[in-house]
Design a protein around this ligand. Structure first.
Ligand SMILES: [Zn+2]
Length: 69
């Protein structure tokens, strides 16, 4: 009886791990999307999209570059 309960616990644990890993994987994909690298229109420095300044549909690494061009 105790062995059956232990087996059930292990099965539940494995299923839990499977879904947990699956969720973590999806999260990682989303993170990768937000960290797509783009180059600054002015100086050509590579920056992640989330850190970039977008002006007139172009990416800039800093406010200075966005202002100068
Ligand atoms: Zn720049």
């Amino acid at each position: 009886m105790i062995i059956k309960l232990l087996l059930l616990a292990v099965v539940v644990y494995v299923i839990y791990l499977f879904f947990f890993r699956d969720g973590g994987f999806s999260k990682k994909i989303d993170k990768d999307d937000s960290e797509t690298m783009v180059d600054c229109e002015k100086c050509g420095v590579y920056i992640s999209v989330k850190d970039a300044i977008i002006k007139d549909g172009k990416y800039y690494c800093s406010k200075e570059c966005a202002k100068l061009s």
